[in-house]
Ligand binder design. Structure first.
Ligand code: ADP
Length: 405
């Protein structure tokens, strides 16, 4: 039995989960938001899988930094008897967004690994510093336990050069490690492996397209168990339309804004990371809000929805051509798991390609399931992602605590 604390540290948030990988259950969970603001919020919850009743503690206070936030989480966890020591946690797994050219697999965190992750901050200035802060704070407050870093880019290290190479001056690209890395890899791997399990087929015989559609969104093409293309690139800005990011656009637009329109690079970064996508088009970053607008015939919301669907179709068609044969298409994450209408619209033109959605299964089921008709040559599935479980399992493997799957 292995118990792992998984930490996802953002710039102003901390998400923690203690999982038992043997039974795949969550024992405890905590969320801190608005770290650094005058009033932040914190919740720690004990689940019934601890053997005691479910219970939670919340606090609204100023959390000056991640150390203060994690300190209070551990204090409240101790009150609920779900402190990592109480639950016999054996390892701590950290989500790290960018593994750069060096990290392909999850690794045990050492001072050298910390330094290498720090060096990658230039490639991922919006994510890696926050991830590293989480690692440092957790190592300080929970010494004596092994810490493992699991990289969002890892699964995509197998991309062929043709897929990961940007067609720019080769020397410049090489000098600054400019290439497509891909993100959400932990989710794409978890979901594609589950897809094979659900279909009862060997993972390395299936060609798959996985659509991870949450606030961030990405698509991947997986050929016989190996990732061969993905929509996110050097950074998580490229590809599909997202909650606040545009996905693909002409790089000339960025040059135009900076050189010809006098926009500061920092403002362009804010535009592309926070004021684009659904937010930029319809003022609604949350998909539920967007759908409410579509139902009300709101023009901006309808256009945003149409752009989302158009982009999805382009990626699905493109990956189909890359793969040659597609066995399964799987939807995951908040939007992919919950929005039947988007799944149907994204695949609506593929009837001649052997994709038939079963409207009943698509609209009424829940959880992991097949949503294509029995006759559909290509299987279509919904598979809820579980990045925390995948990170916990990766810790098992790195530390030799449990079986590799
Ligand atoms: P992330 O992990 O990237 O923050 P999630 O995978 O949690 O994102 O997905 C968040 C998105 O999923 C939001 O746009 C949210 O509106 C959408 N979403 C979640 N549940 C539903 C639902 N039942 N119906 C429609 N959209 C939903």
């Amino acid at each position: 039995m292995t118990r792992v604390l998984v930490i996802n540290s953002g710039s102003s948030s901390l998400k923690l989960q203690i999982l038992d990988t043997a039974v795949e259950k969550e024992l405890a969970w905590a969320l801190v938001e608005r770290i650094g603001d005058p009033v932040g919020s914190l919740t720690v919850r004990r689940s019934e899988w601890t053997g005691s009743s479910a219970q939670s503690r919340s606090a609204e206070a100023e959390f000056a930094d991640h150390t203060a936030a994690l300190g209070l989480v551990l204090e409240l966890a101790a009150e609920l008897r779900v402190h990592p020591t109480d639950l016999g946690v054996e390892a701590i797994g950290h989500r790290v967004v960018h593994g750069g050219p060096a990290f392909h697999e999850p690794v045990l965190v050492t001072p050298e690994v910390e330094a290498d992750i720090e060096e990658l901050e230039l490639l991922a200035p919006l994510h890696n510093p926050a991830n590293l802060r989480g690692i440092r704070v957790a190592r300080e407050l929970l010494p004596g336990l092994p810490h493992v870093a699991v990289f969002d880019t890892g699964f995509f290290h197998t991309l062929p050069a043709a897929a990961h190479t940007y067609a720019i001056d080769a020397e410049t690209a090489q000098r600054w490690h400019l290439r497509r890395y891909g993100f959400h890899g932990t989710s794409h791997e978890f979901v594609s492996r589950r897809t094979a399990d659900v279909l009862g087929r060997p993972y390395d015989e299936l060609n798959q397209i996985v659509l991870h559609l949450g606030n961030g969104a990405s698509a991947s093409a997986i050929e016989a168990g190996r990732a061969v293309d993905t929509s996110m690139g050097l950074t998580p800005l490229e590809g599909l339309v997202m909650g606040t990011r545009p996905g693909d656009l002409d790089p000339g637009l960025i040059i135009h804004l900076i050189r010809d329109r006098g926009m500061a690079p920092e403002d362009v970064s804010t535009l592309l990371n926070r004021r684009s996508g659904l937010e930029g088009l319809a003022g609604a970053r949350d998909f539920r809000e967007l759908l409410a607008g579509v139902d009300d015939d709101d023009e901006a919301a309808t256009l945003a929805y149409d752009v989302v669907i158009h982009r999805l179709r382009r990626y699905i068609g493109g990956y189909w051509a890359v793969l040659g044969r597609v066995d399964a298409i799987t939807f995951t994450a908040g939007v992919g798991e919950n929005v039947a209408r988007l799944r149907a619209d994204a695949l609506a033109t593929l009837g001649d390609w052997g994709v038939q959605i079963d409207p009943e299964a698509n609209e009424n089921g829940s959880g992991e399931r097949l949503i294509s008709t029995p006759d559909s040559r290509v299987k279509v599935l919904v598979v809820p992602t579980d990045e925390e479980l995948a990170i916990a399992r990766a810790c098992d493997v790195v530390l030799g605590l449990g079986p590799a799957d």
